[in-house]
Design a protein around this ligand. Sequence first.
Ligand code: GLU
Length: 472
Amino acid sequence: MTVKTRFAPSPTGYLHVGGARTALYCWLYAKKQHGTFVLRIEDTDRERSSDASVQAILDGMQWLGLEHDEGPYYQTKRFERYAEVKEQLLAQGKAYRCYCSKERLDALREQQMVNKDNIGYDGHCRNLSEDEQDVSKPHVIRFKNPLEGAVVFEDLIKGEISVNNSELDDLIIARTDGTPTYNFTVVVDDLDMGISHVIRGDDHVNNTPRQINMMSALNAQTPLFAHVPMILGDDGKRLSKRHGAVSVMQYRDDGYLPQALLNYLVRLGWSHGDQEVFSRDEMVELFDIKDVNRAPSAFNTDKLNWLNQYYMKNLPAEEVARHLQWHLNEQELEVSHGVDVKLLIPEMAERVKTLKELASAIRYFYQDYDSFDEKAAKKHLRPVARQPLELAKEKLAATSDWSADHLHSLVSQTAEQLELGMGKVGMPLRVAVTGAGMSPDLGVTLEWIGKDAVLRRIDKALEFIAQREANG
Ligand code: GLU
């Protein structure tokens, strides 16, 4: 079988984490089976759909690198096709016109509730003859659901699912204004597009028996279905905006790498032994839709953070730099003059969780800080630090060898000469040049900051100490 999967979002909001995971599973399965991945935009609900949402979905997919092989198809461009299939079903007696008024349907529903019957259409118009109809009167089109038997299908994740036809009423496939309804467009599209595997959220599992009946009525072979359980927040409730960032692009804005989010999402509901880190190629190789958990999964931000740091440290620095650039632009940090940002990444990623934090943590390599970190200054820029800073400055100013090793030895010499521990020189100097108490190896830090800035900042620290002395 040639595998063809599709991701079919409705553009009524951004691409959220649950949708992204479904898209990832569809994409992975297609890749693994050397099949085709289709993107279909289900935009028939014109009131709730927007161009901005379409763009947000496309952006999210692109940022995650889930490129589609076919599409995007837009349902709003396929109305003629839906009308054609509707006519076909009518002509074959597999669908019918229903003239029931809203009042009748409301009363029916009320009665069913009182009787504790199944709620649904009672088939009142199902067998109207031509003579009994006036097609100029407002009407909807309903699908003639089989009355007998059951729909049974083998869900690739949930196992066998069986629903009696007696529980399914005759679904509206076209509204009074002629527009097609959701379940009908999905059926026509999945058949026309030759979808072999429908992988989607399990909020759609109740639609599947109806869709299978329509497919059978169209004499088509039904695809296989896999319904992916939902994602819960860390509090066990269904994941929603309340849980913070749920839009994929919000994760970019917050400083996550797409590799980390993808890796996180693939594990959210699927596993391969104890393995936590999966490259894209490994995911493709190892993923199988059958191994997706039946139970819902809970979102865990700590794990995502851990993966993000892992990828910041372990991806090629050029790759991280490419994503970091977005944050540098956001934070208006120009890094083209000064140390190559690629050198900083593995060193600095150790100390931060996100690219956003990374962008702000590397600022002192490119710009003088505005003020000292209060705690660090209080602790290390005290009057006793004046002499070590002055002597270190003298040595640093005089040297023509501005390499990390040599700079390091100048700091040691300063300490020896003053008969001080290395920390008594190193820490004030670190605070002086970075403005804060945390940086890579001091020699490396000095080298990367550069001579002019180092000397200028030591002066600034000495001034700070002098002021402190003056204030008692
Ligand atoms: N458009 C539907 C949604 O966004 C998905 C339909 C499907 O996958 O069959 O929930």
